[in-house]
Design a protein around this ligand. Structure first.
Ligand code: CTP
Length: 398
């Protein structure tokens, strides 16, 4: 079980840290909350101790015999401060140790994440920017604040990202366990499922939640890559620190992938691309009273096959495909996967068993990864983040 310390400093966004705490606990983390005195103006200690199941303290005197100011930092696998106010960033950058949270920050040797939240003027102030630069130069992962509604009616940069987004970064950082083998690498990932319009209301689509693509993006970003996701109809918040291009159809995905992959080191096609689209799109809604025409379908481009052809004899970008397979009378899932691997010409193929709703919309996944040396790696059923890291392990080896 991962031990996470959640530092909360005194900003209105402290209420969002309650959801973050819940998400981390539900994902199996053992969370200790260390609020600052000011944080308790926004959310009281009863809430923090009830949600975490542990006593909370803001100073170093409450548990002097347990030497909490040293123990909590030393025992943490990760410290996340959300929200991190301008004052907390300043104190951390200058190494102050005037409350329990700043003591924890000085004793922790694990990854430290900070999610600043404050008014735009305070975020943009040279003092805050210098403190952020100092913290980053020391290896602290400082997440850029979101742009949007602030405390009052105003909006701008300074909003705390949503708890789900922060939890994904925390879990990805823990899962990566210090692997920074994708630093300097440009990675493009397709995610979701394309929709091919039939009329203004209906479409032909492919089932895919985009969660596996999101896990690949979060894991790659945590391993240091520069990540772009081309997302087709994904109903999830953008992964933090990742460029996201939203598309709908296979043709739009094709254009976005070709542009984004011009300088890419790796392209991972995790999206479910519709192989067919209606030949023509009706301008008005097709009435059911009308005698239905048999569907005229046109073949969509095979984006992965095009990437293989376009690369020619070059070795970059490395191309990773996903194969969604079900077994049938002609062969097992793996038999079909091997045939597809040979036919597609990509470098790595991740073979997914999708029979009986095993992959779509679920939080878990299992797969077999085929690589050019003929090695077959089985990734047992587990979080999509685990499969994502197994894919990046194979990519990093290549
Ligand atoms: N793919 C693609 N463009 C398409 C169809 C698929 O780039 N028009 C990519 C997918 O993103 C995936 C891989 O090709 O990485 C395999 O997709 P899959 O649907 O399993 O295979 P298909 O090639 O479509 O073959 P079939 O549907 O006949 O099994």
């Amino acid at each position: 079980m991962h031990r996470v310390t959640l530092g909360v400093s005194g900003g209105i966004a402290a209420y969002k840290a309650c959801s973050l705490l819940r998400l981390l606990s539900e994902s199996g983390c053992d969370v200790t909350v260390v609020p600052t005195e000011s944080a308790l103006h926004f959310v009281g200690s009863a809430t923090w101790s009830a949600l975490s199941g542990k006593p909370v303290a803001t100073d170093v005197w409450s548990d002097a015999q347990g030497v909490a100011h040293v123990r909590i930092g030393r025992e943490s696998d990760l410290v996340v401060v959300a929200p991190a106010t301008a004052d907390l960033l300043a104190r951390a950058a200058h190494g102050l140790a005037n409350d329990l949270l700043t003591n924890v920050l000085l004793t922790a040797r694990c990854p430290v994440l900070m999610a600043p939240a404050m008014h735009s003027e305070m975020w943009e102030h040279p003092a805050t920017q210098a403190n952020v630069a100092t913290l980053r130069s020391r290896g602290v992962i400082v997440i850029d604040p979101a742009v949007g509604r602030l405390t009052g009616a105003d909006s701008g940069a300074g909003r705390l990202p949503e708890p789900e987004q922060l939890a994904d970064v925390v879990l990805a950082t823990l899962a990566v366990g210090g692997r920074r083998d994708l630093v300097g690498r440009q990675v493009v990932i397709s995610a979701g499922g394309t929709r091919e319009p039939l009329d203004p209301v209906r479409y032909l689509g492919n089932r895919s939640s985009g969660r596996q693509g999101w896990a690949l993006a979060n894991a790659a970003a945590a391993r240091g890559a520069d990540v772009t996701v081309v997302a087709a109809n994904v109903d999830l918040l953008d992964p933090l620190g990742v460029g996201v291009l939203r598309v709908e159809t296979a043709e739009q995905m094709r254009a976005a992938i070709h542009t984004a992959s011009a300088d890419a080191d790796v392209v991972v096609m995790a999206a479910a691309v519709a192989d067919f689209r209606p030949d023509s799109v009706a301008a008005d809604k097709i009435k059911k009273s009308k005698e239905p025409d048999p569907l005229n379908l046109a073949l969509n481009p095979d984006i992965l096959a095009e990437l293989v052809a376009h690369r020619g004899a070059a070795t970059r970008p490395l191309l990773v495909g996903f194969a969604a397979e079900t077994g049938d009378e002609n062969g097992t899932v793996l038999d079909h996967g091997r045939t597809k691997f040979a036919a597609k010409g990509c470098d790595v193929l991740v073979v997914n068993d999708v029979s009986g709703d095993k992959a779509f919309g679920t939080l878990d996944n299992a797969a077999v990864i085929l690589d050019p040396s003929g090695v077959t790696r089985e990734v047992p059923r587990g979080p999509k983040l685990d499969l994502a890291n197994a894919v990046w392990d194979v990519v990093a080896e290549q």
